[in-house]
Design a protein around this ligand. Structure first.
Ligand SMILES: [Zn+2]
Length: 61
């Protein structure tokens, strides 16, 4: 069963507040998601540590 976490971030291009839905069952991952506001491609890095804590960072691609 997929468990989606809501992670608040800010767009690295336009600084708009965004909520990313992260599937932590997929483990650490990296993908690109377009900003809903400025449509720029955001490089999303998801890191799941050994305790299951999920951290998300975003960068300009
Ligand atoms: Zn943006």
């Amino acid at each position: 069963m997929a468990d989606l976490l809501e992670k608040p971030v800010h767009c690295p291009f336009c600084d708009a507040p965004l909520t990313l839905l992260v599937d932590d069952s997929a483990g650490s991952q990296r993908y690109t998601e377009d900003c809903h506001v400025c449509c720029q491609p955001i490089d999303v890095n998801v890191w799941v540590d050994s305790d299951g804590d999920v951290s998300v960072t975003v960068e300009q691609e």
